[in-house]
Design a protein around this ligand. Structure first.
Ligand code: NI
Length: 167
């Protein structure tokens, strides 16, 4: 178990084209474990590999909220994730990011998305998510495409402590 350093804006690795995961081996398993530890320690509800300085298409998400259908808390490991369907309907919500400390911003996101990915063993996954979980997936998949939520908002402010979960 290891807590990795989280890379923050304006680090170049956050903007790079990431490489696909091709080897589902022990090195990947170790990176996944370290990213999960780092996400929980932060604490955050999602983390993408570029945020720990690794330019690869890998994301971990752990989220659950009682008032949403994403309860109980569920852990997702997504290698090579892609959004294959998104609802036309969007919702505006407030996001923060571990790589953009001490700020939040409002972002419009699709309310429902379908994500295709592989798990850490290379098994194919297809996940449909709504609400906050859909927002987290969109935020993290942006990370592996070199996009930050700050690219998608014009309103950024300093939040009250504990105003929201950080992704
Ligand atoms: Ni983020």
């Amino acid at each position: 178990m290891a807590i990795l350093d989280i890379v923050t804006f304006p680090s170049k690795v956050l903007r790079e084209e990431t490489k696909p995961i091709t080897d589902f081996d022990q090195d990947l398993e170790k990176l996944v474990e370290d990213m999960i530890d780092t996400m929980r320690d932060a604490p955050g509800v999602g983390l993408a590999a570029p945020q720990v300085g690794v330019s690869k298409k890998l994301v971990v998400v752990e989220y659950g909220r009682e008032e949403e259908d994403s309860f109980p808390k569920q852990l997702f490991v997504l290698a090579n994730p892609e959004i294959v369907e998104r609802s036309e309907e969007t919702v505006r919500g407030v996001e923060g990011c571990l790589s953009v400390p001490d700020l939040v911003g409002s972002v419009d996101r699709a309310r429902v998305v379908t994500v295709r990915a592989q798990d850490q063993h290379g098994k194919n996954l297809k996940i449909r998510a709504e609400g906050w979980l859909a927002r987290i997936f969109q935020h993290e998949i942006d990370h592996i495409n070199g996009i930050l939520y700050t690219d998608r908002t014009r309103e950024i402010w300093q939040p009250e402590p504990d105003e929201l979960d950080t992704i």
